[in-house]
Unconditional design. Sequence first.
Length: 251
Amino acid sequence: MKDKYTKDGFVVLEQDKNWQALKNEICYQFTRIFTNAAANKIPAALCWNIGEPNKIQKIDTVHMLSHSVYRLIFSPSLIQYIINLTGAHKIQLNSSHLFFKPAHSGNSGNVGWHTDYKNSRCNKLNIIVACIPLNPISKHSGNMKFVKGSHLWSGNTEHDFNDGAPCDLELQTQKLVDITPDNVGYQEVYAYSNNNEFSIHNGNTWHCSGPNSSDVFRLSLSISLHIQTDAFGYCLPDNVRNPIIYNKSYL
């Protein structure tokens, strides 16, 4: 699996069954906020479109708002997945996000093509991202797509495809095809085939997610992690917002 991750820039894995109770708690807590069934007291700076029935909604730094999210991020099985894939010596939380796509939200539910490295707050970071669906999904839910091997493209973090909201994925895809190196093939891969899977991808891997045209909402948790493979690399200074999840030197 490590070789596949290194080559493709992403892997799709089986979720730990022990996550289910935490996923249920997160769904209950935040779906009520996203659907206006509960009061939203989250600072506006951390939110997108909360309560909008036809738009993608987002909450940032969600690990500081929910003990259930925090516990899932610190799950021993998730930590072990990351160690197995990267050989990490230290793992630090960079950011966490909840994405909510209402049912039949159409093109306003797109997340355009991007790399997560461009969205990090520091160019010293080695980013890896885990994306965990929190409720049942289908091929119509607007699942993630990755461009296989794109993390290895030279200069791929120099490009910005942000064309406004809703994102024009067809236009962005053509732009992405245009910057694909001549010596590699352009290949898109859908992330999930069933409800028991989640993905881990390199911060330089191009990815997007399409509209939710299904009859149910789609809720997912994105966990951005800063990975160090030695004992003396750079660390983010805010240990509250960016806690150390794993440190080999302390074991």
